[in-house]
Design a protein around this ligand. Structure first.
Ligand code: AMP
Length: 279
């Protein structure tokens, strides 16, 4: 695997690959890689000749300084994992390399970034969009891979490619879970032992909720999930919203959308854990 830190070097390496008519699959990440990320790498490898993974903890998408400072950084281990998973290029730039000067672009995603994560983390998706657009312009991949765990982010990235007419196909990938059901996340590393033990209940509640879809109204479903999660003293529910999975507009009735999604954030040990369920 080639490890590259500068924009100029990755661009010139990939020009040579494209001259050989190689297709490029791209997996942007913030590192502390786990099987969720690695499944994206493997899928990218199946679909393309060359896989590029980026590891960049993007400061402008964090609206909480402590969250940015405490974000796990384990680059030596990440490199090993990428090598074992047939990644061809790791792009691992510094903050100065990505932002030689501040980028004040403001995107208009309409309703999409006003709800849920957009509402809880002001500016977050604008920061995500700035960095993903920059990365797409540097790598110029044929396909880019994003996890459905960050479902709202996936819709924002699709919208970004439309708004900016970026020539890249966005490929979604299902949530990868631990054996006990907890959605894999780099932030899980920061949970206390007890926090880690109770965290799988987020998925257990969502899975139970899914089985009750025909019995409960949308409002009753929201009450059910809130009540179940609040039964755990150490879990604090930040939001649970049921929305149209294409627009993220909230629904009042199951018939309001072809596919409904329930999106949740639960805080344990002051760590935000995100998950979702398709109803
Ligand atoms: P991150 O490093 O958290 O920014 O995530 C990088 C990419 O991996 C994003 O597209 C995430 O949605 C995806 N991802 C993170 N966790 C998972 C998971 N458990 N299953 C599938 N994809 C994931």
């Amino acid at each position: 695997m080639n490890i590259i830190n500068t924009i100029a070097d990755i661009k010139s390496a990939l020009i040579l690959e494209k001259e050989k008519n190689k297709t490029i699959g791209f997996v942007p990440t913030m590192g502390a890689l786990h099987d969720g990320h690695l499944s994206l790498i493997q899928k990218a490898k199946q679909d393309n000749d060359i896989v590029v993974c980026s590891i960049f903890v993007n400061p402008i998408q964090f609206n909480n300084k402590e969250d940015l400072e405490k974000y796990p950084r384990v680059i030596t281990n990440d490199i090993k994992l990428l090598q074992n998973n047939d990644c061809d290029y790791l792009f691992n730039p510094s903050v100065d390399e990505m932002y030689p000067k501040p980028d004040d672009t403001i995107f208009d995603f309409g309703h999409l970034d006003k709800v849920m994560e957009g509402n809880s983390r002001p500016g977050h998706f604008n920061g995500v969009a700035i960095v993903v657009k920059k990365l797409f312009e540097i790598i110029e991949p044929h396909k880019a891979y994003f996890g459905e765990k960050d479902f709202q982010q996936l819709l924002i990235i699709k919208k970004l490619t439309e708004i900016c007419k970026l020539n890249v196909e966005i490929i979604p990938y299902p949530i990868i879970r631990e054996k006990d059901g907890l959605a894999m996340s780099s932030r899980n590393l920061r949970l206390s032992k007890h926090g880690r033990e109770i965290a799988p209940n987020i998925f257990k509640v969502l899975a139970e909720a899914k089985t009750l879809k025909n019995k409960l109204s949308v409002l009753e479903m929201k009450e059910f999930v809130n009540k179940k999660i609040n039964n755990f003293q150490e879990m604090e529910i930040e939001y649970f919203e049921i929305a149209n999975a294409e627009t993220l507009l909230p629904i009042k009735d199951w018939h309001d959308s072809k596919i409904a999604i329930g999106c949740i954030v639960v805080n344990i040990d002051e760590i935000r854990l995100i998950d979702n369920v398709i109803f």
